[in-house]
Structures are given as structure tokens and as C-alpha cells.
Design a protein around this ligand. Structure first.
Ligand code: NAP
Length: 306
């Protein structure tokens, strides 16, 4: 029987683990499929306080993990496939193995959103990617295309200019959601070209198992045209990883956990931390703060219950 099980090992999960471990609760962290979370897919993190020269994303989450382990947190590979939150102790399954825990911290984060085109899905890993940091290097000396109009699209486009001959940003509106500073940086980069009021309607060429171009469609008049490119990077937001909690925790219409004040979910003893609940800020530092809150609330509940 565990006192605290943390689902997820990104900024939120590891910060929860640091606090729970320092409270002597020996938390068990289930790392999940993307161990270390979304920061492992980024390069420089320039806005995490305490690192005036920036820090690489994987380095930052690696340090958080070591910090939690130093105080007795145990990290375990694997993915929670099922939970039973109907009574305490709660149950969480990794494969056939059931874990029991008095409290649960859900820090399972969010995953990249896809367009959902069959040709896109067929070409994932063959030129279609949701992670410029991971795959940009493969397209050195080639033209690439990024879809999206938020900060991620700007960040990925700027990163890709290091390798690609030309980066085309395809965005479905004329206005951008990205922050002014990121948009200005991208706009002042000569390698970046802008295709606005357009979406990708198809990706060529699934038969050849490589990306040779995309079909674009105007969002104004529906006109279609071909655009040559060697890779397609999606930067169109994220979907919270809450599938296993459906019907057990209050979720909103997009699947984010609904907060019941502080780090509380609709089930007493289950706490939320990070992007799995936060659709607004989604920053490393806010996720870390949320992990801290969740661990403190778990500790207080356990203390109240003796
Ligand atoms: P986002 O802000 O939600 O932007 C998603 C973009 O994708 C939007 O421009 C959206 O278009 C577009 N989009 C969504 N679905 C689409 C579809 N089906 N087809 C075509 N386009 C679609 O997501 P994000 O850029 O990943 O950023 C998430 C959060 O992380 C934000 O708070 C952001 O500030 C933060 N972030 C910060 C940094 C940084 O500071 N260094 C870096 C990355 C992310 P519409 O605008 O038309 O909705």
C-alpha cells in the first residue's frame, strides 16, 4: 500500500514527488510513455526562474527527477492503463499488476494534437512529426512546413531554420495566437515564409513512405493548391491525457480535469497537477507550482486522517 502514487514524470509530477518525498511519504512515480513529459521535447528553456542563461528541457526534468530521488521518491517505468477511484485505497494498474494507494496525484500531462488526416497518420515518423526538436535534424538542407499559429509553431519554426532551407508556416487565420515577442522573432527570420488563411487538406506521398508535399486549402474560398515540402511539423496544440479517468473524475468538454479548488479533483484523495488540468498557462513553472500544491494537499489529507 502506497501513501502517494504520482501518475506522470514531467515538471508537475516530479515537483509533486520532491514535496511528497521530503514529507517522508515515499511517493511512487509512474513515468508514463513520455518519461519526463513535454520538456523532453524542447531545447532551451529560457523562462524557468533560476536559470539566467537558460537550461535544456531534458536537463531540467532530469534534475527534478534526481532531486526527488534524493529524498526517497521511487520512479518506475510503465504506463497506468486503468484506475479504480470508486473507493479508497485507490487502485491503479500497470499491465496486470494492481497498485494500491491512499492518495493519487494525476500529472499525466497533455499530448500533441494531430490534424487527423489518414495521409498524415500514415506518414508519422516518415516526415510527419509533432516535435521539431526531435526530428528537425533529419531535414537538413530541405524545405519544411509547420502548421499552427501559437507560440509552439513560432518556436518550432525558428528552431527548424537551423537546418531547413526554408520553413513555411501554415496558419488557418490571419491573426496569430502567438505572443508578440515570439511572433516578432519569427517574422524577422528571412527563412520563414507565411501562408495564412490556409489549412493542410492532404499529405503526399504515403505510398512512397516519405513527405514530398502537402495539399493546401484556403479557409476563405476553399481553393486548393500543392506546396512542395520534405517534412510536415504539427504545432496545433495538445490534448490532455485523461482517457483512463473518464467517468471517474469530472472532466470538461475537452477532457481537461475540472478543478474542485486548489489541487482537488471531484474525488477526495485524488489531486491534479499540471497540464492535465491547466489549459491556460501550460508553462513548466506553473506545472511545477501545481505539483507542489498537489503534494501539500495530499500530505495534509493523510495527516488529517492520521
Ligand atoms: P495554442 O496556443 O493552443 O495554439 C495552437 C495553434 O494551432 C493555434 O494557432 C490554432 O489556431 C492552431 N490549430 C489548432 N487546431 C488546428 C487545426 N485542426 N488545424 C489548423 N490549425 C489548428 O498551442 P501552443 O502553440 O502549443 O501553445 C500552448 C501554450 O504553451 C500556450 O500558452 C503558449 O503560450 C505556451 N508556449 C510557450 C512557449 C514559450 O514561451 N517559449 C513555447 C511554446 C508554447 P487558432 O489560433 O485559429 O485557434
Amino acid at each position: 500500500m502506497h501513501s502517494v502514487v504520482v501518475i506522470g514524470s514531467g515538471c508537475a509530477g516530479s515537483t509533486a514527488a520532491i514535496y511528497a518525498a521530503r514529507a517522508g511519504l515515499e511517493p511512487l512515480v509512474i513515468e508514463g510513455l513520455e518519461a519526463g513529459g513535454q520538456l523532453t521535447l524542447t531545447t532551451d528553456v529560457e523562462n524557468f526562474p533560476g536559470f539566467p542563461d537558460g537550461i535544456m528541457g531534458p536537463d531540467l526534468v532530469g534534475r527534478m527527477k534526481r532531486q526527488a530521488q534524493r529524498f526517497g521518491a521511487v520512479y518506475r517505468h510503465g504506463e497506468v492503463s486503468r484506475v479504480d477511484l470508486s473507493e479508497r485505497p485507490f487502485k491503479a494498474w500497470i499491465g496486470d499488476e494492481a497498485l494500491e494507494t491512499k492518495t493519487l496525484i494525476v500529472a499525466s500531462g497533455a499530448s500533441a494534437r494531430w490534424l487527423g488526416l489518414p495521409s498524415e497518420q500514415a506518414l508519422i515518423g516518415h516526415g510527419v512529426s509533432s516535435c521539431a526538436t526531435c526530428d528537425g535534424f533529419f531535414f537538413r538542407g530541405m524545405p519544411v512546413t509547420v502548421v499552427g499559429g501559437g507560440d509552439s509553431a513560432m518556436e518550432e519554426s525558428l528552431f527548424l531554420t537551423r537546418f531547413a532551407t526554408e520553413v513555411s508556416v501554415v496558419h488557418r487565420r490571419e491573426e496569430f495566437r502567438a505572443s508578440k515577442i515570439m511572433l516578432d522573432r519569427a517574422r524577422s527570420n528571412e527563412k520563414i515564409h507565411w501562408i495564412t488563411s490556409a489549412t493542410v487538406s492532404d499529405v503526399e506521398d504515403p505510398d512512397a513512405k516519405e513527405v514530398t508535399g502537402v495539399r493546401l486549402r484556403s479557409t476563405v474560398d476553399g481553393r486548393e493548391w500543392d506546396h512542395k515540402t520534405s517534412a510536415l511539423f504539427l504545432a496545433i496544440g495538445h490534448i490532455p491525457n485523461t482517457g483512463i479517468f473518464a467517468g471517474q473524475l469530472d472532466l470538461d468538454e475537452q477532457g481537461y480535469i475540472v478543478s474542485h479548488g486548489g489541487a482537488k479533483t471531484s474525488v477526495k484523495g485524488v489531486f491534479h497537477a499540471g497540464d492535465v488540468q491547466d489549459r491556460v498557462y501550460r508553462q513548466a513553472v506553473t506545472a511545477a507550482g501545481a505539483g507542489c500544491k498537489a503534494a501539500i494537499e495530499a500530505e495534509r489529507l493523510l495527516e488529517e486522517e492520521g
